[in-house]
Design a protein around this ligand. Structure first.
Ligand code: ADP
Ligand code: MG
Length: 243
């Protein structure tokens, strides 16, 4: 798998667990950055929340040793719901719990399954968030356009492999994060700031991007990235380095 150009048409349970363990590493590596973003427009806990959540997820997975994708995703949702408070815990928790449903009992996830998983996850975030729409400066500003683009890709092209899909999706998701900077926050704590939320990159949109890109990095034999340079005032990501 690592460094090979072989096409990957499905992800098995073991690979998904590797993705999740890399997500934990990515959250640890970017903890301070995510917390800085949340300090600017929230309560400075997003990095801490994500690390605590994925630590619990990996603990549950290593205790229970799940054999199918659906159970892995279900444990992920449960772990996040159990230990992460505030908005992100229920939002990401419900995302993974709902995402687990289309994958129930499956030992392989195809590209089509990945799309169904994210679509179910997006629906859960919208519902849990109270009807969150794109343009409100949240993680939905990454999830919604990514799901739309994925649906378009799979409907127009057959024989799509994971790396081809994700190499197109990851830079797109990154652009979507940058687009949250000029947005006015209408949900969560950032909305209390009103106009002062303008000019800052959304922390939840950023962690969603990091999660999506860790799928690609893992499939390419890497762990993920550290945001190694950012603009101090807006928090805009400027440079990424592989960890
Ligand atoms: P809290 O805001 O409770 O401290 P976090 O800091 O961990 O939780 O997460 C904040 C992120 O959660 C925001 O950056 C935003 O992306 C996301 N968020 C907050 N409220 C909503 C909502 N109603 N719908 C969708 N996403 C939301
Ligand atoms: Mg917060």
């Amino acid at each position: 798998m690592a460094g090979s150009s072989e096409k990957i048409y499905s992800i098995d349970t073991k690979t998904l667990i590797k993705v999740l363990s890399n997500i934990l590493e990515v959250m640890r590596t970017n903890e301070k950055y995510l917390t800085k973003l949340d300090a600017d427009i929230g309560d400075a806990d997003h990095g801490i929340n994500m690390v605590r959540g994925f630590e619990k997820v990996m603990e549950l997975i290593s205790q229970q040793n799940p054999e199918d994708i659906g159970t892995v995703l279900q444990l992920t949702g449960m772990g996040l719901l159990q230990v992460v408070g505030g908005a992100a815990g229920p939002l990401y928790g419900m995302l993974f719990l709902e995402a687990s449903k289309p994958l129930k009992g499956k030992k392989e996830m195809t590209v089509q399954d990945f799309v169904s998983m994210l679509e179910a996850g997006l629906r859960a975030v919208v519902t849990t968030g109270g009807g969150t729409q794109p343009g409100e400066k949240t993680m939905v500003d990454v999830l919604h356009p990514v799901v739309e683009k994925l649906k378009k890709m799979v409907s127009e092209r057959s024989d799509l492999d994971f790396v081809t899909v994700l190499e197109e999706i990851v830079p797109y998701a990154r652009e979507c994060v940058i687009k949250t900077i000029p947005m006015l926050a209408k949900r969560g704590r950032a909305s209390y700031l009103g106009e002062r939320s303008i000019g800052h990159q959304d922390p939840g949109a950023t962690s969603t991007y990091l999660i999506i890109r860790t799928f690609l990095d893992t499939l390419k034999g890497r762990k993920g990235v550290k945001i190694s340079e950012y603009d101090e005032s807006s928090g805009k990501m400027l440079k990424e380095e592989y960890i």
